[in-house]
Design a binder for this molecule. Structure first.
Ligand code: ZN
Length: 180
């Protein structure tokens, strides 16, 4: 059993994104990897824009531009979206949002790939949120409230790697907590 866990840990540490990245872009679904590294809790979220925004092209109408702003506003309030175990006393340190529809921030130009034929291709949002936890040993779970703010999101595939162990779970609007 110990050996098996060690192997799992290696797999997660050395192939952090390959497992998830291999999964197709599916509307309504997003993926998130959670890793606790000393006191720092890293959450890496990857979602089709459709799951968060309802469309994936550059916003054209005022309504679409407002939808993009609304999405960004929600993501800027990560402490509402993600609630780690209270006793661990985690606070948001940094975050970055990356998507072709976001003009500012850490958006990279080369992420425009696949957008030559606007309206026919897919686009994602990739975000990283980093929390500092004063009592990381107390960290046992994470409540994910993305479903409240993004009704287009139906499933969130999660993987967690912490010194206490690893776990994987599929969260839904009625199952919002990942524990390890
Ligand atoms: Zn798509």
């Amino acid at each position: 059993m110990a050996k098996c866990k060690f192997f799992l840990l290696l797999l997660i540490l050395f192939a952090p994104f390959s497992l998830m990245a291999a999964e197709a872009h599916v509307h309504g679904v997003a993926t998130m990897q959670l890793a606790l590294d000393d006191s720092m809790l890293h959450l890496n979220l990857s979602s089709p824009l459709d799951s968060l925004l309802g469309f994936e092209h550059q916003p054209r109408t005022e309504k679409q531009k407002a939808a993009v702003r609304h999405m960004a506003d929600q993501l800027h309030q990560a402490e509402r979206l993600f609630q780690p175990t209270v006793a661990a006393r985690c606070t948001l340190k940094t975050y970055s949002l990356e998507s072709p529809v976001l003009e500012t921030g850490k958006h990279k130009e080369h992420d425009h790939k696949g957008h030559e034929h606007e309206g026919h291709d897919h686009a994602d949002l990739n975000a990283e949120f980093v929390f500092y936890c004063a009592k990381p040993n107390e960290l046992r779970d994470l409540e994910v409230n993305l479903f409240t703010y993004f009704p287009g999101l139906l499933r969130l595939k999660t993987e967690a790697a912490t010194p206490r162990g690893q776990s994987a779970a599929i969260l839904t609007p009625s199952k919002r907590r990942i524990a390890w």
